[in-house]
Design a protein around this ligand. Sequence first.
Ligand code: HAM
Length: 422
Amino acid sequence: MVLKYKAPRGTQDILPQVSWRWQRLEAAFRDTCRRFGYQEIRTPMFEETELFVHSTGETTEIVNKQMYTFEDRGGRSLTLRPEGTPSVVRAYLEHNLSAVGGTQKFYYIAPIFRYERPQAGRYRQHHQLGVEAIGAPGPDIDAEVIALYHDFMGRVGVEGGVTHLSSIGDPKCRPGFRQALRTFFKPVISEMCDFCKARYETNPLRILDCKVPHDVELRVGAPSALDHLCAECREHFDGVRAALDALSIPCEVDPTIVRGLDYYTRTAFEVVHSGLGAKDVLMGGGRYDGLAEMLGGPPAPGIGFGSGIERLLMVLPGEDEPPEIEVYIAAAGEEARVPALRLAMDLRAAGVAADMDFLGRSLRTQMREASRLQTRFTVLIGEDELKAGQVTLRDMETGEQVPIARHEAPQQIAARCAGLKD
Ligand code: HAM
């Protein structure tokens, strides 16, 4: 058999054997967000291209090399979301959510599209769970956002994540830092890649983000943003560290953090995990105090993070599990077919996950199927059972078999299943 089609390069099908793990992560994340007062926001999967060019940034790798951009039939340039933040801020402004007042807290679980070279932990369609808190300028919300992720990691049992923290300053201190970078790179810029040469003029901070190996070598010893913070940014950074300390959340100050997006101001952070190999960043985020204004809105300081679900799954403990069917109904003969279907429906109505054979297979094959599914119980309906108005319930673990009156079967079986869960 030669199949004609495969999933596009850099994408993957999430099959039932693993989709339950996705659900577990997502449910834990939703619950964490609920407890922290964050509410779900769902934005379109594509936006006007200009939104990302303006916010993610014209000089970034994402905008330069990775966007899935297309023209629709109406001649509009649209782009599949390469990250979540611009869409959330756009929606916040479009719906005038600042009028609600206070701090608006959002979370999302969404597919993200980046044209990257696929490898372990790097996809062209990946999925992020993330939060954005908009409206609060002070350092406490920075600490809360980081604390939320720590809470979530604890909840799902991910251990070994190390939080790196830095500040990349604001428009007041950025010019000084930019100048320091230009001075540092001036003697070597001619040896660097064409993108870096352009970045040297437009945005030398982005040189720190270049992946070309020779350029990576040339930037050893480059100036650090932390050494160029103005007094206000320094105070904010100290405030974040003090709040994290008070919450007993360990973090390492790491001035080498360069987030690959242009809108960041002040706090920048990443959680890295050795279990991920080369692509070791599990989560990344930061503050973006100027983004709302860049998009034409009123000032609205914001902070958030995004974390790749595929990467979280790489470090999530626990095995893959088969789909959970609790009861398998094995029916012998034509007459038992409809009673089996009815019993399955009654069991499901009583809250039990029940399945049965739809291929008219032999009783033996059906029993084998029940073993394969690792159901705890099998219900047998044969000629004798039909005559007696009963079913036979078999405990697949102990081998014990008991007759149960047909009309009592759904409740009795549901009670046994519930008893096992307690
Ligand atoms: P980012 O660092 O570009 O930030 O991505 C966030 C996370 O998404 C990464 O730490 C990684 O876990 C995952 N990720 C990124 N690219 C891929 C890929 N190709 N394959 C698999 N996983 C990937 C942002 O996107 C910002 N919007 C985060 C943010 C929210 N900042 C403020 N608010």
